[in-house]
Design a binder for this molecule. Structure first.
Ligand code: PMT
Length: 402
């Protein structure tokens, strides 16, 4: 079944007899993994009560454009931003005409103008209204602007007519909605990704760190979400906003990152260690700022725990993927790391090339696993991340390495 994991569906219900089917549609969308919020037009409330859709969606139903309570919570702009898809079902002839004209005279049409999410319409009306040149022109215009139209179905209508105009059945509409999004390769899988650098404190104002920007790890989080995974980022300090639908847990040091990862492990199917974790930390952290003194000071360092190795060695370990950041003999060091740390897969990248790797928008890599390898040609980190996720999906299905 097509899925809607990690997708927010804003369901618009307009005033037609098919509005009663919206209740089942909420269930069908949720069954495919979507979060659903509902906007009802004035007309829709003549056919079905907001309470029904509130009970099913688990959220208050939105009805008014000018509603001070809603504006303080989730007003029309927040709803428009929240949505990954605006689905209008049923879409009456009047609603279709107003959308086509770009009107903003109620909450639903205003949200449609204010959102960048795709628009999907499930028309429902009398067969003659559907075949009227005005409706045909409106649908043609909306399609040309990128709206997706599902149905209508042909058959017996509530008014007694027979012909095209019945709203499609809820499972068909929910499948059409799901088909707009990506493959669902990791649908429902729980993925943890470490990203960014760690900071190892020397004193209250100084630390040891590295140049990791978090771009590669955050791109992986986006790719995992797009593939339907329930995704958590355990992130060192970076200047990036976490992707939508990703739970982000900020950490500073390697020890903190290890603690967070181990706590999350019971709920993890796939672990991807992209963070540039400091191998060593200052042996002691001074409580006060270290004063300038002699010409030379010797810093004592203590080895940090190896996070990805600990994950791979844990009981019921997830499918564990590491990265190898190397400057020479990239593949042979990467292979050693995969074996030494007990990993199922490793992504080897050459960080001596400043145009890829640390802090760059691009990367190129070779992915190694027990009985295969694949070169990922130079491209943006998003494209590299998508390919890594595809490989994880494919190899993980075949079976874990032992
Ligand atoms: O963040 P960006 O600017 O986008 O840069 C991306 C990147 C270069 C940081 C990324 O592509 C990358 O290579 N990440 C791994 C960096 C690294 O620490 O590599 P390593 O070869 O030192 O470590 C091997 C593996 O062990 C890594 O998966 C690392 O996360 C893990 N590790 C290392 C040390 C440690 N104490 N614990 C670990 O889990």
């Amino acid at each position: 079944m097509a899925h809607l994991f990690n997708r927010n569906v804003l369901l618009g219900v307009s005033g037609g007899i098919a509005a009663y089917k919206s209740a089942e549609l909420v269930r069908q969308l949720q069954g495919r993994g979507a979060s659903v919020r509902v906007i009802m037009t004035l007309g829709a409330r003549e056919f079905i009560t907001p309470l029904t859709l509130q009970a099913l969606s688990g959220h208050p139903v939105h009805t008014q454009l000018l509603d001070t309570d809603a504006e303080q919570g989730m007003g029309h702009i927040e709803l428009a931003r929240w949505a990954d898809l605006l689905l209008v079902a049923p879409a009456t002839a009047d609603l279709i005409a107003r959308l086509s004209a770009g009107r903003a005279d109620d909450l639903l049409t205003t949200a449609a103008l204010a959102t960048t999410a795709p628009l999907m319409l499930a028309p429902a009306m009398n067969q003659q209204m559907w075949q009227d040149p005005a409706t045909i022109a409106n649908i043609t215009q909306l399609s040309a602007r990128g709206a997706h139209i599902v149905g209508p179905a042909v058959g017996q209508q509530a008014c007694g007519d027979v012909g095209p105009g019945r709203m499609e059945e809820p499972p068909v509409i929910a499948d059409a909605a799901a088909s707009l999004f990506e493959s669902g390769l990791l649908a429902g899988k729980r993925v943890i990704i470490t990203a960014g650098p760690t900071r190892e404190a020397l004193d209250p104002v100084r630390y040891i760190s590295n140049h990791s920007s978090g771009k590669m790890g955050y791109a992986l989080a986006q790719a995992a979400v797009d593939a339907g995974a329930i995704t958590t980022l355990v992130s060192g300090p970076v200047n990036l906003a976490p992707p939508k639908h990703v739970q982000c847990l900020p950490v500073q040091s390697a020890t903190e990152m290890l603690e967070k990862c181990l706590a999350l492990l019971p709920e993890c199917d796939i672990f991807i260690a992209c963070a540039a974790v400091a191998d060593y930390r200052p042996a002691t952290i001074e409580q006060q700022k270290i004063k300038k003194g002699p010409e030379q000071v010797i810093l004592q360092l203590a080895r940090n725990p190896d996070i990805v190795a600990a994950v791979a060695a844990s009981e019921n370990s997830p499918f564990t993927v590491g990265f190898a950041a190397e400057t020479n003999d990239v593949l042979s060091y990467a292979r050693d790391k995969m074996q030494g740390k007990g990993l199922d897969m490793i992504v080897a990248n050459d960080v001596s090339d400043l145009s890829i790797g640390f802090n760059s928008d691009h990367n190129e890599a070779t992915v190694l696993w027990r009985d295969g390898e694949q070169v990922l040609a130079r491209s943006g980190k998003s494209a590299i991340a998508r390919q890594i996720v595809e490989l994880i999906g494919a190899i993980n299905k075949v079976g874990k390495c032992v």
